[in-house]
Design a protein around this ligand. Sequence first.
Ligand SMILES: [Zn+2]
Ligand SMILES: [Zn+2]
Length: 340
Amino acid sequence: MRRAILFGLMIASACLASVAAQAETRVTILYDAFGNDPAMKKDWGFSALIEVAGKRILFDTGNDRETFAANIKAKGVDLTKLDFLVLSHRHSDHMAGLSYALSVNPTLKIYAPREGFGIYGSWLPSSFYRKDESLPSEMRYYDGAPPEVMKFGTAWQGANFETIDKTTEIAPGVTLIALVSDAPGTRELRELSLAINTPDGIVLLVGCSHPGIDKIVEAAAAINPKINLVVGGFHLVVAQDEVIAKIVTALKDTFKVENVAPGHCTGEPTFRALKQAFGSRYIYAGVGTSFALGPSPIGGERKGEAPTLDQIDQPSYRKLAAREDPFGVMAWRSKRLVER
Ligand SMILES: [Zn+2]
Ligand SMILES: [Zn+2]
């Protein structure tokens, strides 16, 4: 029995090595709470490495320093050879491994969302506060002579942060999409998503999708309407079936997303719904999985297993799609078509 398992593992790692060797561009999932790689630890949170266009980009750092460090080592990822790190947002399940990354690479360039008095540091012009010149100087901020720009500290002093507050192309074809959540519980939370404009369309990495996966994909489609792949957490972990069905329909039929590799806070029922809807274009993305990018991203052994929507499910998705336009995406898309 043990021999059979060992043999299986050898075959599996040989297959993985050949995918890696062929692949010039790939995504590796480094942190998540599900997976089938015995070398990786599972925990709630997200981190992925994307190697594309000659760049090595780390996206998020998981939920626990030691687990993140163990998974980084298990995959042999050299954190000193990164181009930069993107921290999607300030929730601990995405940034708790940052202290480990900085212990290995203290000068690592880090992109993070800019929030007033946020943990990644921020600044404001001193003109933001009201002045009262009739007060004696000892009652005035900075004795009445404030610096032009007031800087606010970060929880990681000395780290090489660049905070982003609007969608920005940080390198040719590499864009950070900056959106703000308006969902109850995370209102005003800022989140960055990473959109890479490849020859096959946009490869989009999302952390937790607090602003809404549909809103993020909509912003990515403004860069290039051909969305090749969406990877990461779609934030539907507690969503009801109707909400899930609407999102799945929007991704598949409205935005014509070609492939999905959902993970993290996407949710178990959403994994099922996406697998049904996307079939062989659903890429299994458990922790430890690497998949090559391209016109048809090559996933692990589970790619192609998913059944397509059966005759009963199809009409109900269609009906939901036709009944309403929950996110205004259809109106948006037809407006775009008219404008063209
Ligand atoms: Zn979050
Ligand atoms: Zn999260």
